[in-house]
Every structure is written in structure tokens, then in C-alpha cells.
Design a protein around this ligand. Sequence first.
Ligand code: SAJ
Length: 417
Amino acid sequence: MKLCVIGLGYIGLPTAAMFASNGHYVLGVDVNERILETLGRGEAFFSEPGLGEVVRWTVSERRLIPGREPLPADAYIICVPTPVNPDHSADLSYIERAVRSILPVVRKGNMVILESTSPPGTTRNMVCGILRESGLEPGTDLFVAYCPERVLPGRILTELVHNSRVIGGINTESAVRVRNLYSCFVRGEMYITDATTAEMCKLMENTYRDVNIALAAELAMICEELGINAWEVIRYANKHPRVNLHYPGPGVGGHCIAVDPWFIVQRLPETARMIGLARRINDAMPRFVLEKIRTLMKDIDGTKRICVLGVTYKPDVDDLRESPVIRLISLLKAEGGYSVITVDRHADYEGSRERDLYEAVRGCHLLLLAVNHREFRQVDFRRIRESMAYPCVLDTRNFWPPEEVEAAGLRYHLLGW
Ligand code: SAJ
């Protein structure tokens, strides 16, 4: 089949590449020239295990080609962003533009699939409403479905294949056709439901995680007040067969979990009370860490120098979107009296990518482990101790063994203890 994937971001590009490497011809459409140029050279614009190879092969075989506008195809797959507006509602303008862009080329019998995270009702009301302007009737002339992904950045290709999926059709025939299309590469179960249920399902999956992380964050705050180690509590509580506590950290980032729950809260603020509270607790975590830093640094005169390890929103990815570490750094800067130096070979934030940890830490008063990137596991604490001006370490991820840090003469502090 000929497919047209609109939006070649973190989901659209891997999805386009998977279809292209499994028997289809794919036109990948984007408005971003840099993404199109990179794809034209057979490269992915972001790093993700295995993605580079699939993109190189599918582009060199001309199974995946970049383009600025949709062309006639059998199926249109929309993977554009749904950012959050300042009032926490979903900005659906990218979806609207994407659907409008297919109006000139859409034909009877085509499939139109929305993958973008969207508030309940978007497929049935907005997408179908715009498609009707073509003179074709969704459900009979066009097969329309909401088909969200569930992939975890860092494991996108594997999870695209093996995760189960929910496919929400505007009618059963739409869902069945879309399921058949995805079956060319999806090995997980594909469950069929209606479009609005599938939209709510996607939002709740990420909300579940957000609420659980907020619970862990609250546990960390409680434990700090009571002098208990939250990480020990989580470790042993999770031995219970029906308990799965999540982990605290400096906040929740990324473009999904920190955003999606707002789409529910904004619609029903009086009803979605726990979801809203969880969002606010997670958003307050950078400030909680700031207060901890303030306490740890209270005896330092003059500018307090902090070396921050990791700036991305989570470990082993190069994505800075909604990173709570960047929010923490902004809070430190706004407060004044701090100078911050960052180290992160995955992403560039004020020179973080090129910096050597042992150079960066020179003269610092605090070493802050903000993101537990794999490469930070094996660091030479003695070398670090030798160049620091004050021997203080704050681990926000329970990543380093305290004995090892303290054996080097550093003082170890843990978020949630
Ligand atoms: N985090 C914690 N504590 C935890 C787990 C995560 O603080 O116990 C933080 C991370 O550090 C990060 C944030 O939460 O800042 C989100 O990271 P994540 O790994 O939980 O999730 P994402 O945003 O990378 O991907 C999520 C996934 N959703 C779920 O696990 C329910 C993924 O499956 C979705 O496909 C993706 O959102 C999406 O696109 O919606």
C-alpha cells in the first residue's frame, strides 16, 4: 500500500520507518526542513536504538521518502504534536492543519488514522467534521480510527512491534481495516474499541503513571520529615504481590506524562481532583529539590557552585522536553547566588554535551545527580572529591551506593531520606 505519515517526530518517524520496512511505500510529511533534510540523507534526527539503521535502509530503497505535502495514498496516519495551551487545554491546531492538508488528496476507500494524543471526542468530532468537507462520509466512504502508540522512548522500535495496542474506530469496519494495516509489523495484541474510548484510554495510561509518581514524590517528602528512607520503603512495599510503588525524582518531564493528564483536568476540573493534584505535586518537585539544595548549601559563603549531572527528562535519551532538571536550573538562577555547570553527553544545555565531568566539578560545592544516565554509574568519586571545593553530593535517583561515595570523603545526601 501507499501510506502517508504526517508528522515525523518521535513517534511519526519510527512508525513511518516500520511501515516502510514491512512492505509499504511511505511518504513522510513534515513542515520542519531540518527533519526533511536529515531524512533525505537517510538519517534520523534523534537518537533511538536501531532507528538509524531502519531509516537508512528504507530511504536508500526508496520505500520511505520525505515530502512537504501529502500525496494521494491508501492511508493517512497523523502523528503531529498536541501541545498544552497556557490554560492547560490541548492545542489541536496541528491536528486540524494535518487533516486539512489531506482534504485535496483524500479519496473514497482511504483510511485516516489519528495517533496523536487527543482529548476524548477529537476523532469523532473534529477529525470527522473536517473530513466531511471533502464530500466523503467517514464510516462509509472513509475508514477513520484513533490508534495511539504506547512506546517508551529509549525502546521505541522494540515496543512498536511487541506492545499491545488499542484501536478505536468510528465504526467496526474502520477499526478492523486499521488493525489489518498495523498487523504488518505489530506482534502484540490489537484490541478493538470505539474512537472516544481509545482516546480516554491513552490519556489514562499516562495519568496512571503521573498519579503514581506523585504518590512516590509525596512519600519522599513524608520520609524526609520523618527521617525514613523512602527508597527502602518502596523496595520492601513492592514485595507485596499487588503493590507497585513508583519512584520519586526531581519531577516529571517528557512530552507525554507531564502534559496528557491536563487534558482531562482542563475538561473536568471539579471532578478530576486527584489527577490535578498529582500534576501539581509533580510540578512542584523541582522546587522541593531547590529547598533541599538551599539547606545543604547554607554554610557556603559567596556564590554556591553546583555541578548538575544530566539535563534530559529521563535517563539514556537525548530529549529535553519538559525536563524538570531545566526547571530546577531556572529556579536556581532566578534565586541568585548559585552558579550552575551541566554535564550530559546526550543533550546540549549551555555546553553540557562537550563537558568533561571531572573538569566541570572543579571548585564546585555540590555535585547533583539529576538524571541517572548509564555512564554516570561508574564515576571516580576520589577524583571528584579532589577537585571539589566542598564535599557534598545530592543523589535524586538513589543511583549511587552511599558507602562508595562516602568512602571517597564526600557527604552523601539522597532525595527522599
Ligand atoms: N519518572 C519518575 N518516577 C518513576 C518513573 C518515571 O520520576 O517511577 C519520571 C521520569 O524521570 C520522566 C517522567 O517520569 O521524567 C516520564 O518518564 P517515563 O519513562 O515514565 O515515560 P515517557 O514519558 O518516556 O513515556 C510515557 C510512557 N507511558 C507509560 O508508561 C504509561 C509510554 O509508554 C508512552 O508511550 C509515552 O509516555 C507517550 O508517548 O505517551
